[in-house]
Write a protein that binds this ligand. Structure first.
Ligand code: HEC
Length: 123
């Protein structure tokens, strides 16, 4: 069953409709990154997540690692940021991102800030 699913998986993040009416946004490794209630929301989340990943990769991963779990920056004093999406809203995630003064998001417009928050919330 899994092999069948894997064979059918496109080599890019995609939306998987569930029989209970929800829609999952899955990455290439089949990790669930978002859960949406409508196909339109799922497609919007998919686009945002993909854009957010590009932003995260260029601005954040050198200190937080590809998956948000790296704590080696600053002599091991960085707490992991993966899983924060279960505790904080997207606005709170962005506030916490900017508070330490380690990264400047002032060049990001509202769309890109939202995309980054979607990606970080799925870590
Ligand atoms: C130069 C290194 C560096 C870069 C680049 C960086 N961060 Fe951080 N980040 C830190 C440090 C250091 C902290 C403070 C860690 C702590 O207090 O545990 C932090 C804290 C955070 C927190 C708060 C964690 C919490 O528990 O409240 C979030 C969220 C976060 N960063 C997200 C991001 C995102 C998203 C980006 C990219 C836009 C980013 N960071 C870029 C080093 C960095």
């Amino acid at each position: 069953m899994l092999a069948l699913l894997l064979a059918a998986v496109p080599p890019a993040p995609f939306v998987l409709p569930l029989s209970n009416g929800l829609y999952l946004v899955l990455d290439e490794a089949l990790h669930v990154r978002r859960v949406a209630a409508t196909p339109q929301q799922a497609e919007a989340d998919l686009q945002a997540w993909t854009t957010g990943r590009d932003i995260y990769t260029s601005l954040c991963s050198r200190c937080h690692g590809a998956d948000g779990a790296d704590r080696s920056y600053a002599g091991g004093n960085v707490k992991p940021i993966n899983g924060l999406g279960r505790r904080y809203s997207e606005d709170e995630l962005l506030e916490r991102t900017e508070r330490p003064g380690t990264v400047d998001l002032s060049n990001l417009d509202a769309r890109l800030r939202h995309a980054l928050a979607v990606y970080v919330s799925g870590l």
